[in-house]
Design a protein around this ligand. Structure first.
Ligand SMILES: Cc1ncc(COP(=O)(O)O)c(C=O)c1O
Length: 502
């Protein structure tokens, strides 16, 4: 049996001898039934390869497990899960789920991200990690009012199944809204999605086959990297430059013929970067020449704090190759789970087919309410209010860092969006800082999460949208305390114990 599936993503560390760590991992799988009694375990040589340890370590692992009664070593035959141990578990006929599941190659930073998103931050903790609007400003009261006022007009049919492509009135409203932003499109070219994350996955799903290349800006939104990797894409990264690195992209186009360029041109998550209008026009020209599909992800362009955002790539699209994606998660509430995509009908029709397999259609009530919200003019007012609130928060965070952490952190001052992208000037890795920060009651996302190929661990993303100015100041002073503690405590960079595989 191939036991490697059971140990994907397990890492050995320097806390105890390797043979004890491996023995403990195997013992756990015997106890939870993933390794059944009488099951033959891999030969020592294979075990050594699996855990990247020496053969002696593998031999010691099995000897140790034999001593403890978990396995039996039969000379000349192999190592087997012991029957005597499992006798205690005879009554248990559990399905060995871990064995049945497909291998899952989730990068470790991505799992750290999901932990951050899921772990509810205790009352007194200040969360500067997840990129969300401030829940105190969710327009719930207006949604309630619309629900009460308009419920009588709702056709009962609207509670049944609706087209996969979305609630028709909302699609028309989205198309009108996009028209005001310079994007000319028809309702047939639009689909309502369960969040733009779904759009990332579905568009990649209909375009990418395992081994295809996808170009991304680096750093970029972790959810996009995860979706592309889950579909087997090979990632090519464009480094951050003063102007968009068109020459590197052209090189990639010529060498690798990538299927897709994913980009967040306006107020990039995580670094707030904006692709200038000249670069946008040049990018469209280059993409048209190579017939490159661009997946433009645009959740933040309506949060500008200086000048209105430049025209989107979709507005400049003269070759039909841009897929435009946006969401109501950042401008209204993420729990609505509503996003939308606009693209060539051929692409949209395929995405409709794929979406059908996933959820039939997005939630009717959310779509109905959001449509009313926009039609009644509430979105424009809400955005005006939120821009002014978030601008003040950005300024407060910038000022706080400048005054207390100016020499320790370098950062950009974004002209929109939700994030400050910082670089630690001292020799402290951001994951180490996060450990201390969590102890002082503040959290952030280590920069490594936003790279397909994480390198030096020196950056971090702080989100300023979620808390009031007062709380943000407290958060920054906690971060300062955490940095001081990291400086005092000697930080020893762990030695990577790379051994030859024999
Ligand atoms: C760039 C980007 N794209 C997509 C998403 C996903 O948003 P949604 O809630 O619409 O799925 C996010 C959320 O943080 C994001 O930052």
């Amino acid at each position: 049996m191939d036991i490697s599936k059971l140990f994907i993503n397990t890492r050995l560390d320097s806390s105890s001898p390797y043979y004890l760590q491996i023995a403990s991992l195997i013992k756990d799988k015997i106890i939870d039934g993933s390794l059944a009694e009488g099951e033959k375990l891999p030969p020592e040589r294979e075990l050594a390869v699996l855990f990247r340890v020496s053969r002696t370590t593998a031999i010691n692992t099995y000897r140790y497990l034999e001593n403890k009664g978990y396995v039996i070593i039969k000379r000349g035959s192999g190592t087997y899960v012991s029957n005597s141990y499992n006798r205690e578990n005879k009554g248990k006929k559990e399905i060995p789920w871990p064995q049945l599941l497909k291998p899952y190659n989730q990068p470790s930073m991505a799992s750290l991200m999901s932990e951050l998103m899921v772990s509810s931050v205790p009352e007194d903790k200040i969360s500067l990690d997840a990129g969300m609007p401030d829940p105190d400003y969710y327009p719930v009261d207006i949604f309630l009012k619309l629900y009460r006022d308009c419920f009588a007009e709702l056709n009962p049919q609207d509670f049944g199944h609706i087209p996969v492509q979305g609630y028709e009135p909302l699609r028309h409203t989205v198309v009108r809204m996009l028209g005001e932003a310079g994007i000319r499109c028809q309702p047939e070219e639009a689909i309502i999605l369960s969040g733009s994350q779904q759009g990332l996955y579905l568009s990649a799903r209909v375009l990418i086959e395992p081994g295809d290349y996808v170009v991304i800006q680096s750093p970029t939104y972790v959810g996009a990297i995860q979706a592309f990797q889950a579909l087997g894409a090979r990632i090519l990264s464009l480094p951050k430059r003063e102007s968009f690195p068109l020459e590197i992209l052209e090189d990639y186009l010529a060498r690798y013929r990538p299927k897709l360029l994913y980009c967040v041109p306006t107020f990039q998550n995580p670094n707030g970067a904006v692709i200038g209008i000249q670069d946008r026009e040049n990018l469209i020209r280059l993409a048209a020449r190579y017939r490159l599909v661009i997946l433009e992800d645009d959740p933040y362009s309506r949060y500008y704090y200086k000048e209105p955002s430049p025209l989107s790539l979709k507005a400049l699209d003269n070759y039909g190759g841009v897929i435009y994606l946006s969401t109501f998660s950042k401008i209204l509430m993420p729990g609505l789970r509503l996003g939308y995509m606009v693209a060539h009908p051929s692409l949209i029709n395929r995405v409709v087919l794929e979406k059908q397999y996933v959820d039939l259609h997005s939630n009717n009530i959310s779509q109905w309410l959001v449509d009313l919200f926009i039609k009644n003019g509430y979105l424009v007012k809400h955005l005006e209010k939120m821009r002014s609130i978030y601008k003040k928060r950005r300024d407060a965070m910038v000022e706080a860092i400048n005054s207390s952490l100016g020499d320790k952190l370098s950062f950009n001052n974004p002209e929109g969006g939700f994030y400050l992208w910082c670089r630690i000037n001292e020799g402290i890795p951001s994951k180490r800082l996060l450990q201390e920060a969590l102890k002082t009651g503040v959290s952030f996302v280590p920069g490594e999460a936003f790279y397909a190929n994480p390198g030096e661990d020196k950056e971090l993303r702080l989100c300023f949208s979620r808390h009031s100015e007062e709380v943000l100041l407290d958060g920054i002073s906690r971060l300062e305390r955490a940095l001081m503690k990291c400086k005092k405590g000697q930080y020893v960079i762990p030695q990577k114990d790379i051994r030859p595989i024999i």
